[in-house]
Design a protein around this ligand. Sequence first.
Ligand code: SF4
Length: 745
Amino acid sequence: MSRTALRICPLCEATCGLTLTIGEEGRVTGARGDGDDVFSRGFICPKGASFGQVDADPDRLRQPWVRRGGRLEPASWDEAFAAVEAGLAPLLAEHGPRATAVFLGNPNVHTMAGGLYPPLLLGALRTPNLFTASTLDQMPKHVSSGLLYGDANAVPVPDLDRTDHLLIIGANPLDSGGSLCTAPDFPGRLRALRRRGGRLTVVDPRRTRTAEAADRHLAIRPGTDALLLFALVQVVFAEDLVAPGAVGEHLTGVDEVRRLAADFPPEAVAGACDLPAEEIRTLAHELAAAPRAVVYGRIGSTTVEFGTLTSWLVDVLNALTGNLDRPGGAMFPLSATARAPRPPRPGKGFALGRWRSRVGGHPEAKGELPAAALAEEIETPGEGRVRALIVIAGNPVLSAPDGDRLDRALAGLDFMVSVDPYLNETSRHAHVLLPPPPPGQSPHFDFAFNAFAVRNQVRYSRPALPLEAGRLSEAEILARLVLCVSGRGGADPAAVDAMAIDAALGKAVADPQSPVHGRDRGELAAHLTGVDGAERRLDLMLRLGPYGDGFGADPEGLTLAKVLAHPHGIDLGPLRPRLPGLLKTRSGTVELCPEPLAAETERLRRTLESRADGLLLVGRRHLRSNNSWMHNIPALVGGSNRCTLQVHPKDAARLGVADGALVRVKGDGGELEVEAEVTDAVRTGVVSLPHGWGHDRPGTRMSVAAAHPGVNVNQLIDGSRLDPLSGTAVLNGCPVQLTVVAPSA
Ligand code: SF4
């Protein structure tokens, strides 16, 4: 008999609830949207519908691999963890923690264990060398939030369901599913906006599916979003449209922003942005006049030279027009596992550059160094050289600039561990490869994405399938890794969760504002429920969270048992204003004009005079893809999901490029050959190549991806170009040249 099981989809940030069909043979044979899910209401996309193929991919590794005599060979779990300890211990003893580094890939935030154990691993390893996908993506938003609100994780999201005017910059949620804005059924939410008379404007050099659904599409020159936003801010000031509303009493630095913006009237930026000044002015008027409006920027606006400045200006514009922290504007979610709100008071503020990378001297941001600097940290001899690397769910050879260089650097490591389900372009260098089970055999809770959700809600999925014989849960793999780096590889992994629980309860009982202040932590721990340590930790976070039962203080509050009793989730209501309570700045205000951003403005001003002509490269996202992870799924490759270079017909005619021609693309970081796709979906002067491709290296085991390898766009990109405040790689708006190699690819 087949059966069904509920499972939150982990394949993008939208977190849709799925109903899985489990066939008699004990495999996922189908997936459809869960119509009763409190958040997604039955929505599903082609990736979610392919959950069964993702889960049962025969190329997924089923057991650990250990390098012996230079070759990776299958091993038992005990052998693998013994090899981890044997590989790391002498390096740590001789060179200390600085000789180690950790890379956390983007799928970490799509698993429950990925949210729970990496902080413990970093605590045990004590390395200053943390690299993550954030510096290839959204770190500018974290830095701007840190500077504005004192909390890098306080990221306001567009209140999609109540806004009247949505301005999207550099995002394509109809293909990505939404990002830093967790919103199942983005298409339906945008249709609802239009139905209630709202307006949608999209700023993007490509006519994306989202741009096609908009009332207005502004095909801006890549990399100039900060100029556009400054011009909008200038109009708001110059025409006396500043009306911050209730948030006004918590804002400082407004006059300083006014002075900075004065240099950027629409007429001054129009040439650089390649947008008519009048259109910029109209957009500012519309934003200011809409009863409820919101500006939302994503990856196209962050992975650029002025990413942090752009991210900051998005929030500045929302604040000045009265759309920060109010319904229909940009609001701060409050997830069920967040810290419970406290009375407002000044905090410690946000510090950048508490330490610097050894070779390039890059400042840390949020405890991280730029992913683009990982290769030089491995390659460059000297005290503190990175000799050992732990990669968890990451494939930086494909996702970071100049993957060829990183590929060579990884081959020179003394020791490397990969926690990854695949033998891919990065994990092929590992000395020990630890594969987690497929999602169907794993529990799921969205620690990260609930903090960016457009509606507060809580949902938890237990594994839909039992663990296959011979597999370890991802929680156990990561807990054992924590023990290995602590030199206690033989200890019971449950001890890791017990220590984490004890430490969290210790803090809570000592906190005068906690509902458990003064209670006995042992007594509290005994109340925790769950089938394993990970579930007990979730129970603890729910109970002490903003909606929690406070271990009995509020009998109606959340516990794990209560969440489990609601398999379609619990709706916790629309987003509510949270200022000034969430502020952690030293002033206790929203510091609208932080000094590092004022300094960046001077650098931006200089770009008004210097404009590069020639072609600029941008990335693109496809509905059936998510970075490099899903290129091994037959249902998701092929069709329109192809790795081609999109070229506008006018540029194609000028350069003699025919549709389907093989062209050589040369960038500051390297060159490659790829098939051209002539289309007016990109604006003139811009070419577009998707990321995550380039599956043509030997020694991998991803047969479908290898049959559709594509090319790696990051090979074109000069890894030394970073947004200086956040260390984020400049992946968009990079100059390239095109030549025809052959009339047909
Ligand atoms: S939109 Fe995202 S979360 Fe929803 S089904 Fe598709 S991949 Fe899964």
